[in-house]
Design a protein. Sequence first.
Length: 144
Amino acid sequence: MKMNQRVKELSQSLKYWQRLKLLCTVPGIGTLIGMEILVELQDLERFKRAEELASYIGLTPSEFSTGQYVRQGRITRCGNKRVRTCLVESSWILITKDPLMRLKYNKLKAMKGAKRAIIAIARKLIIRIRRILLDHEPYVVGGC
């Protein structure tokens, strides 16, 4: 209880308040998860490309290549486990609230299974979060 109060106090500071307000427009992200993302990642401008951020969190597939064959494996799991966990939890809620993300999830689920599909949605979510914070624009349900 005391820790939650401290996080709420921190969220109201000038450093985090405006960015947290933007993050809370994403279905599935509240104060605690939003603060976890902001505190762990800090300045998103240090990631030149969205792929770098996804890799930093550990949401990119590993790759096994030999000659002309390329096979992708499980996610690398390198990087920040807490943010990755928060993103996956948020993604489960997101697919119930955003029809476009639900459609993507259902297509991936049919091909690769539910667990792999939700990891792919979490990867799309962090890329959208990066765009939200860099552009200072709220999340649009059903937007690309």
